[in-house]
Write a protein that binds this ligand. Structure first.
Ligand SMILES: [Zn+2]
Length: 86
């Protein structure tokens, strides 16, 4: 059984030239104040972790971290909400 990768939308809150420019911010799917910042700096391929142009173990690990953090937050803060709506 294969599961299509879930890739939540993200923002890049830091401007060009900022040391954290490659940090992606993922907000709570239920609209609360929570968010998760995750560096997309995977080496030379950089933000392809987010744009998804280069599949690979590091990209998969990136999304596993992001989705794990979001699931954990939803389970703790929105236990009645279940799966986020698409
Ligand atoms: Zn939330």
């Amino acid at each position: 059984m294969s599961v299509a990768p879930v890739r939540p939308t993200c923002e890049f809150p830091f401007p060009t030239g900022h040391p954290l420019v490659r940090t992606a911010r993922f907000r709570c799917p239920h609209g609360c104040d929570w968010y998760r910042d995750e560096s997309t700096d995977l080496g030379p391929s950089g933000v392809t972790a987010v744009t998804g142009q280069e599949p690979g173990a590091r990209v998969a690990a990136f999304w596993a971290r992001v989705n794990g953090a979001i699931e954990e937050h939803v389970a703790e803060a929105h236990p009645e909400a279940g799966q986020p709506e698409q």
